[in-house]
Write a protein of this length. Structure first.
Length: 178
């Protein structure tokens, strides 16, 4: 059993590498908190989602959900979460937090993060979590950018603490951070 966090920049190869860590024969629960793929609304996003789905083994089950902690807890086999950045964005969207004061959403986020970390720690099978690395850019001039980077950075640290290994992806190359 291994719990692994895979982080890196956009198009660094995170998802493909994370998928390679799990057996193609196992019934993996592929948990995705992304927006539904609607070609009429966003053709580019729909194409990305379709490409991800096409490369997944047929034994893998896709679960589209914001309730990641519950989905991890209900999965009996290996789990792949892709990705925490999308999850955080969707949570903020669903709470209308982008323009709200921090006390209105920060407690909810702390509870969601704590529940997810607990579910990862308690899961008896492999868990691979994909996230975005946000700590190398400039501090955004926009509140929403700072809010996202600050909270994803904290979330990444919490999930990393629950994992056995952290892998940083750079230009398609995995760097094992231990």
């Amino acid at each position: 059993m291994a719990h692994v966090l895979v982080t890196g920049g956009v198009r660094s190869g995170k998802s493909r590498y994370a998928e390679s860590l799990l057996s193609v024969e196992d019934p993996v629960s592929y948990l995705t908190p992304g927006y539904p793929a609607e070609p009429g609304v966003d053709a580019e996003w729909a194409a990305r989602v379709a490409a991800h789905r096409l490369r997944r083994p047929t034994a893998w089950r896709t679960v589209e959900t914001l309730a990641l902690a519950d989905a991890v807890a209900q999965s009996s086999g290996p789990v792949l979460i892709d990705c925490l950045g999308t999850w955080l964005t969707r949570l903020f969207d669903s709470w209308q937090a982008w323009d709200a004061e921090e006390p209105e959403w920060s407690q909810r986020l702390a509870m969601e993060a704590s529940s997810l970390v607990s579910a990862i720690k308690e899961h008896h099978g492999d868990v691979v979590v994909v996230t975005n690395e946000v700590g190398w850019g400039v501090v955004s001039e926009f509140r929403s950018g700072r809010m996202f980077a600050d909270n994803l950075g904290r979330l990444n640290q919490q999930v990393a603490a629950a994992c056995d290994h952290v892998v940083l992806m750079v230009a398609g190359r995995p760097l094992d951070l231990g």
